[in-house]
Design a protein around this ligand. Structure first.
Ligand code: ADP
Length: 545
């Protein structure tokens, strides 16, 4: 027997309509590419998203068409999020930090029909336009007076495009399983692969973000999205924000410590989201200027994900900023959110050092995400916090296959997706990432976690950034090499660093050597690029004793 409840598809347009009726005055504050702030409301976004939908209808955009963007976090990008998906087309956010050849590959693979771009990327668009075969027109996200002087056929102006269009638009009633947006993984191995999100997966994921054990997002929040809108939909925040009417603060291209701190202060930010490197820059700014964030800011939660949050970073936020850290884990293939590290009632009386240990973990699964760890034979491992194995996930906002079937079958017979991460799960359900399967250091048949070593090294006051890679070793197969970037004006010898680590990790984990570099290679999404680093140190030999 079927239930007798209304059968309404879960659509992105309905999130916008809800914001328009329940939170029309909630603000979207954006730092523009030109520099000044721009302030508008959900009512403005809704009105202009409808004008955009009408404009795209006049451009003959069809349901299912891919519409590319090369844009920072800003209000016009927000209009594209709702206008494009709402009308049934697919918003394809492209990461502008990728190599031009990768961008060309992605736009051609997705067969983007139109490409919207911020002025910062005008030269890039000029370079790539002749090779983007499917793109019918390139639309600069600006007004007539600031149009770039570039040689691009079919160059349009965004403000001209939507100007004069009606702000009345009846959103089509789509199948909730229809594709709404897409994002390519950074393709650390092989070509990037497209992950195609649906209206349904997006809505369910957004609901999870709004729960208290998610980000606890509400209309009382002013949320700063340092995580880019071109990377997994800014972790779903534009949709979740509209769903609960949170004020959104969009930083544009200015992601340095000073700009971020100023935005936090002037926009009274309560929640901020980003990867560890961004937060390290912020903390260095605070340290260098002797600022007092606990007094000057209203920041009460900071979401850290995309890479492991070092303990020292968590400690500074908790103590100096008086801000609760929500350590999260996920991946593009998971929309991206899988786990959030929140506390349980049993932690109420825990000491600070115990809480910091807890928050070094990536957290517990949200409703909607099932997780398990398995060994090399596929047997499930116990949730004892010790046994580490391949982390598998399953759920309604997790990928079932890549766009155009690239990579073939990616789920096992029971529907589990292998994340490529190695992890433990403890008896309370807290998952901790040990490593990416391809980065783990195999020493004498045991595994050494490069992440644990890196996080410990970051705790040293002279270390700005650290990476650990495996170096071939005749006896042990591989041994760890610590590669560090020192803070400017600071020094730390190999002996000092190893002595510091000695009290923090098992003795047989201690790196065999320390190398000093000026900078570490990062991926387009700000992660350490271990493959490149391994290449850099390919000829490096350890003194084998
Ligand atoms: P990519 O395009 O490189 O796949 P993702 O953002 O999808 O970019 O990367 C997902 C991966 O990032 C995860 O599989 C995991 O290895 C790593 N990751 C994400 N969050 C964390 C975290 N909190 N701690 C450790 N690793 C993380």
């Amino acid at each position: 027997m079927l239930g007798l409840m209304q059968d309404q598809p879960l659509l992105i347009s309905s999130v916008l309509e809800h914001a328009l009726s329940a939170h029309p005055w909630s603000e979207i504050s954006s730092r523009t590419v030109e520099g000044p702030m721009h302030h508008c409301t959900y009512a403005d976004i809704g009105r202009r998203a409808k004008q955009l939908a009408n404009a795209m209808t006049s451009l003959d955009v069809q349901p299912g068409d891919r519409i590319g963007t090369l844009a920072w976090n800003g209000y016009r990008h927000m209009e594209l999020y709702f206008g494009v998906s709402g009308m049934g087309a697919i918003l394809h956010t492209i990461n502008p930090r990728l190599f031009p050849e990768q961008i060309e590959f992605i736009a051609n693979h997705a067969e983007d029909q139109y490409l919207f771009f911020d002025l910062s990327f005008a030269a890039l668009v000029e370079q790539l336009a002749p090779r983007m075969k499917s793109v019918k027109a390139f639309i600069a996200l600006t007004d007539r007076s600031r149009m770039p002087a570039i040689e691009v056929p079919n160059l349009l102006c965004y403000e001209d495009l939507i100007d004069g269009q009606s702000s009345e638009y009846a959103w089509p009633v789509l199948d909730e399983r229809a594709a709404s947006s897409m994002c390519y993984t950074s393709g650390t191995t092989g070509n990037p692969k497209g992950v195609l999100f649906s209206h349904r997966s997006t809505i369910l994921h957004s609901l999870a973000l709004c729960t208290s054990d998610g980000f606890g997002l509400s209309s009382a929040d002013s949320a700063l999205l340092v995580v880019p809108m071109f990377h997994v939909n800014a972790w779903g925040m534009p949709y979740a924000g509209a769903m609960c009417g949170a004020k959104l603060v969009l930083p544009g291209p200015a992601l340095d410590g000073e700009s971020i701190y100023e935005l936090m202060r002037t926009e009274e930010v309560t929640l901020a989201l980003g990867v560890p490197t961004v937060w390290m820059m912020l903390q260095q700014h605070v340290e260098a200027r002797g600022l007092d964030p606990a007094k000057e800011l209203r920041l009460n939660r900071v979401v850290i994900g995309g890479a492991a949050a070092p303990r020292a970073l968590v400690e500074t936020f908790e103590t100096r900023f008086d801000t609760r850290v929500l350590h999260v884990w996920g991946m593009t293939e998971m929309s991206p959110l899988g786990t959030v590290c929140t506390r349980l009632p049993k932690h109420r009386t825990a000491r600070l050092d115990e809480l910091l240990d807890l928050q070094a973990k990536q957290g517990r699964a949200l409703f909607g995400v099932s997780m398990k760890v398995i060994d090399a034979d596929g047997s499930e491992l116990p949730h004892d916090g010790k046994a580490s194995g391949h982390l598998l996930v399953k759920g309604p906002w997790i990928v079932s296959q890549y766009f155009r079937g690239e990579g073939g079958r990616i789920l096992d017979d029971a529907g589990w997706f292998d994340t490529g991460d190695i992890a433990t799960i403890d008896p309370d359900g807290y998952m901790q990432i040990t490593d990416r399967a391809k980065d783990v250091i195999k020493s004498g048949g045991e595994w050494i976690s490069s992440i644990d070593l890196e996080n410990a090294a970051i705790g040293h006051p002279a270390v700005a950034e650290a990476a650990v890679i495996g170096i071939p070793h005749a006896k042990w197969q591989e041994r760890p090499l610590l590669v560090v970037v020192l803070k400017s004006g600071k020094a730390a010898s190999k002996e000092e660093l190893l002595g510091f680590l000695e009290t923090r990790v098992a003795k047989w984990w201690l790196p065999d050597d320390v190398a000093y570099v000026d900078e570490l290679p990062h991926t387009a999404t700000g992660k350490l690029q271990k493959m490149k680093l391994r290449e850099q140190f390919r000829d490096y030999r350890l003194a084998e004793g």
